[in-house]
Design a protein around this ligand. Structure first.
Ligand code: ZN
Ligand code: ZN
Ligand code: FE
Length: 745
C-alpha cells in the first residue's frame, strides 16, 4: 500500500473535475479525498503502487476538456492513513466553487453516435447533449449554475432523463441541459411569411437550402443566415438583402475533409477546426477564386457544432454559407421574434426552436499560428472562461476600446474577458455592452473597485467608464491605447517586462493628442516610453480618409514629392492640405497600408476598415526584396518617403503589383526588425511583443518573428486574446492591477 499526494494547479474547479476524479478513483480501486485549493485542487489517494501510477498517468490524459492543468506535483508519503472510500472535502478557499461557467461546447462523439443510432431514444433529436458537450454560457440566466437558472428551466426533466442526471456512472450525471424528445425543446420551420410548415422541419429545411433559399438558422449564441455556397447567384442575393457588399462570408463544412477540397488545411489547423471550441478558422484558399465567398486569400471555415447542424449536413449538403444574422453593425440577433421581424425580406425561411438564447455570443474567429489559435475574435467556445495571469488583482473593470469593444473583469489571478461585443457607436451594441458588464459582474460575483479605460475622450467605453466612476465614486485610470495593446500581449504570454512593444494598428489616441498606430514602445505594466514611430500622415478629411483611400495616397505621394495628377480630386486635397483644413496627423500603420493599396491600384474605396490592407496582403507575390529603410531621430522615426518614391518608380517600370505589395511588406518587416534591434542594443531588452490590428497580417506574422530572432531578439505574439482592439481590455486590466499592487505596497 502506498499513499500519493497530488497538488494540481490550473483551472480545475467548476469544470466537472471532481466527478471525473471520483470516477477515475473508482475505476482504479483507490481511496482518499479531493479538495479545492486557491490554486487548483489537492488530492490524496491510497492503494497499490501500480494502481496509483496508472491513475496518475491517466489523470491528465482523460481530464475534462475544459480543465486547464498547468502543473501536477505528485509526491509519495511515508505512512498510510487507511482512507476508506473517496471523499470530496470542503475547503475554506473555494473562491470559484460556483462561479466558473463553462463555454458552449460542440456536440461530442458519443452524442453524435447516439444521434445517428436508430435504436437510441434520442435518435435524430437536435438537442442531444451530455456532461461533455452542449450549450452552457449562452443559456445561463443566473448563478449558481443549475437547470432552473438556465433556458432549460422551462423544460422539466422526464423520469428517464432524471435517472441519468442522478447517476454518477452516467455520462449525463449533473448535465444541466440534459433532455430528450419527451421533455426537451423542439425545432420548427417557418416560411418567409412566418407560417409554420407541416412535416419534418429539418428535412424541409434541407430541401429549401438545396433549392437555393436563404434560411435563418438558430444556433448557440445567435442566428445565422445559411445558404448554398456553390451558387454565386444565391450569395449575391444574400449580399444584396443583407447590404453586406464585400465582407467575406464564413462557411460551415460537413467535416475537415470537405474543407480540404477548397482550402489548404495543416494538421494544426485541422486540430483547432475540429476541436471542441469550434471557432471559425481562417484557412488559405487552395487556389484563387471563390471570390463570391471571400475576396481575399482566406476563407473562414467552421465545422458543425450543434446536433441541429449535424442533421443539416446530410443528403449531399457538404458546405453552406453561415454568416451572422445582423444588420449593419448591430449585434447578432438571438431571439425568435426579433429574427422574424428584422429578417423580413432577408431570410426566406426560419429554422428556429423554443430553447431561448439568454446571451448572444458570436462565432469565434482565428488563424492558426505556431500550432495555436491566433484569435481575431474570442467569443463562443472560449467565453466566459478566464485567462489565468500571474500577479492578478481582484475588482478591476477594464472597459476596452470602441469599434471592437470588449471588457474584462478580474478576480484573483483570473481575468474574465467578455465575448465579442461589436461597435459601441451603435446604440443597440452599447446597450448590449452595458448589459453584459452587469451580467458578468453577477455571474462571477465581482464588484468593480477600480475602472480603467482608454484615453480617447470620445470612445463610448471611455464615457461609460467616466459616468460610472462618477456615479459610484470609483477611481478611474485612463491608459494609452498602444500601451494597453502591449500589456495585453505581455499578459497573453505571461511576461512581466521590460519589453519592447511593436504595436501597429489603424488608430489609437496618443499622449500628444494625435493619432498613433505605428509605434515601438519600451516598458511594461508600470509605464512606457515611445521609442519609435513612423513619419505622420495627414488624413485629409479626417475619418473620411479611412474609407476613401485615395486621400491617403495623395498625402503620401505629395509628401514624397511624387506626381499626384492620377488622383481624382487632387486639387481639392491640395487646397485642404495647404489650409490645414481637417487634416489631422496620424502615425497609424493601417493608414500606410491603405495609402499604398490605393497607390498600387488595389483598392481606392474601402467598404470596411482594413480592407485595403487585407487586399494588399492577398495580392502579394513571392519576392524577397525590400526597399532601403531610413530610421532617424529620437524617438526613431521611419521615413517612408524613399520607399514611396521607389514603389512609384518601379510601378512606372512595369513591375507587377504583387511584387510591389510583397516588397512593401518586406520593407516594413525590415524596418520593424531594425527599430527593435537598435532599441534592444541600447537597453539590453530582448523580449518583443507584437500587438495591434495591423499584425492580423499573416504575410508579416510568418516572416517578422524570424527577422527579429536574427537580431537576437525574442518575439512574442498573441494566442489567448486578439491582437486587435478586442484584446486590449486585458492589457488595461493588467496595467490597473500593477498600479493597485504598487499602491498596496
Ligand atoms: Zn455529448
Ligand atoms: Zn427527457
Ligand atoms: Fe488598436
Amino acid at each position: 500500500m502506498k499513499r500519493l499526494h497530488m497538488e494540481i494547479r490550473g483551472i480545475v474547479q467548476g469544470v466537472g473535475f471532481r466527478p471525473f476524479v471520483h470516477r477515475l478513483v473508482t475505476e482504479y480501486g483507490l481511496n482518499g479525498y479531493i479538495k479545492n485549493t486557491s490554486s487548483g485542487v489537492e488530492l490524496e489517494l491510497e492503494g497499490e503502487r501500480q494502481a496509483l501510477e496508472s491513475f496518475a498517468a491517466a489523470l491528465p490524459v482523460r481530464a475534462p476538456k475544459l480543465a486547464v492543468i498547468e502543473e501536477i506535483r505528485p509526491r509519495y508519503l511515508e505512512e498510510t492513513v487507511g482512507y476508506r472510500g473517496f471523499a470530496i472535502r470542503k475547503s475554506k478557499t473555494e473562491a470559484f466553487r460556483n462561479t466558473l461557467i463553462s463555454p458552449d461546447i460542440c456536440i461530442c462523439d458519443d452524442c453524435l453516435r447516439e444521434l445517428r443510432d436508430p435504436g437510441d431514444r434520442r435518435y435524430r433529436y437536435p438537442f442531444i447533449n451530455c456532461t461533455n458537450c452542449g450549450p452552457r454560457f449562452t443559456i445561463v440566466k443566473d448563478v449558481p449554475y443549475d437547470r432552473a437558472r438556465t433556458s432549460m428551466g422551462a423544460f422539466p426533466m422526464c423520469p428517464d432523463c432524471a435517472r441519468e442526471y442522478h447517476d454518477i456512472e452516467n455520462r449525463r450525471y449533473h448535465a444541466q441541459p440534459d433532455c430528450c424528445p419527451v421533455c426537451g425543446p423542439r425545432v420548427f420551420l417557418l416560411d418567409a411569411a412566418g407560417e409554420e410548415q407541416p412535416g419534418d422541419p429539418i428535412e424541409t429545411a434541407k430541401a429549401w437550402l438545396k433549392a437555393g433559399k436563404i434560411l435563418a438558422v438558430k444556433g448557440l449564441g445567435g442566428m445565422h443566415l445559411a445558404c448554398r455556397c456553390d451558387d454565386p447567384a444565391v450569395t449575391a442575393r444574400l449580399r444584396r438583402n443583407k447590404q453586406r457588399d464585400e465582407k467575406p462570408f464564413a462557411i460551415m463544412c460537413r467535416d475537415a475533409e470537405t474543407a480540404k477540397r477548397i482550402c489548404n488545411v495543416t494538421p494544426a489547423e485541422e486540430a483547432i477546426l475540429s476541436g471542441f471550441r469550434r471557432p471559425i478558422v481562417l484557412l488559405k484558399k487552395r487556389e484563387a477564386g471563390l471570390t463570391h465567398l471571400s475576396e481575399n486569400g482566406f476563407i473562414g471555415v467552421m465545422l458543425p457544432y450543434t446536433p441541429l447542424h449535424a442533421l443539416l449536413f446530410e443528403d449531399g449538403i457538404d458546405m453552406l454559407v453561415m454568416t451572422s444574422a445582423n444588420l449593419s453593425d448591430t449585434p447578432i440577433m438571438y431571439r425568435n421574434e426579433e429574427a422574424l421581424e428584422k429578417l423580413q425580406g432577408i431570410a426566406e425561411g426560419f429554422l428556429l426552436h423554443d430553447r431561448d438564447i439568454q446571451t448572444r455570443c458570436d462565432d469565434s474567429l482565428c488563424w492558426v499560428l505556431d500550432g495555436k489559435e491566433y484569435p481575431a475574435r474570442r467569443s463562443r467556445g472560449y467565453v466566459p472562461f478566464p485567462v489565468r495571469v500571474e500577479k492578478g488583482q481582484s475588482g478591476i473593470l477594464a472597459c476596452g476600446a470602441e469599434q471592437k469593444a470588449s471588457f474584462c473583469l478580474t478576480k484573483g489571478n483570473y481575468v474574465f474577458p467578455s465575448q465579442h461585443i461589436g461597435d459601441l457607436k451603435n446604440l443597440e451594441t452599447l446597450e448590449h455592452y452595458e448589459r453584459q458588464i452587469a451580467h458578468f459582474q453577477r455571474l462571477f460575483d465581482i464588484r468593480p473597485e477600480l475602472l480603467v479605460c482608454d484615453q480617447h475622450p470620445d470612445y463610448m467605453s471611455t464615457r461609460y467608464a467616466q459616468d460610472r466612476a462618477e456615479a459610484e465614486g470609483l477611481p478611474l485610470l485612463q491608459v494609452q491605447h498602444h500601451h494597453a495593446h502591449m500589456a495585453a500581449c505581455m499578459a497573453d504570454n505571461d511576461l512581466d517586462g521590460p519589453c519592447i512593444g511593436l504595436i501597429w494598428d489603424g488608430t489609437g489616441y496618443g499622449t500628444d493628442g494625435t493619432t498613433w498606430g505605428g509605434e515601438c514602445l519600451l516598458g511594461g505594466y508600470e509605464g512606457f516610453e515611445r521609442r519609435g514611430s513612423i513619419r505622420p500622415i495627414p488624413l485629409i478629411g479626417g475619418d473620411r480618409a479611412v474609407k476613401e483611400l485615395d486621400r491617403v495616397a495623395f498625402a503620401l505621394l505629395r509628401d514624397a514629392g511624387c506626381g499626384v495628377s492620377a488622383i481624382r480630386n487632387a486639387p481639392l486635397y491640395e487646397t485642404m492640405l495647404q489650409a490645414k483644413l481637417n487634416c489631422p496627423l496620424s502615425s497609424g500603420m493601417g493608414r500606410l497600408f491603405d495609402g499604398v493599396a490605393a497607390i498600387l491600384g488595389i483598392k481606392t474605396l474601402a467598404s470596411y476598415e482594413g480592407q485595403g490592407a487585407v487586399l494588399l496582403e492577398a495580392a502579394a507575390a513571392e519576392d524577397e526584396d525590400a526597399y532601403p529603410v531610413v530610421l532617424e531621430g529620437e524617438p526613431l522615426r521611419f521615413d517612408w518617403r524613399p520607399m514611396i518614391r521607389q514603389i512609384v518608380s518601379e510601378k512606372e517600370q512595369g513591375v507587377p503589383t504583387g511584387i510591389l505589395a510583397a516588397r512593401f511588406m518586406n520593407t516594413l518587416i525590415r524596418m520593424a526588425a531594425d527599430m527593435a534591434g537598435q532599441i534592444a542594443r541600447k537597453t539590453g531588452v530582448k523580449d518583443v511583443v507584437l500587438s495591434g490590428g495591423s499584425f492580423q497580417n499573416m504575410y508579416i506574422m510568418h516572416r517578422l518573428p524570424d527577422k527579429l530572432r536574427e537580431q537576437g531578439l525574442r518575439p512574442w505574439h498573441h494566442s489567448r486574446v486578439s491582437a486587435n482592439d478586442e484584446g486590449l481590455s486585458l492589457g488595461q486590466a493588467m496595467i490597473a492591477a500593477r498600479q493597485m499592487q504598487k499602491k498596496d505596497g
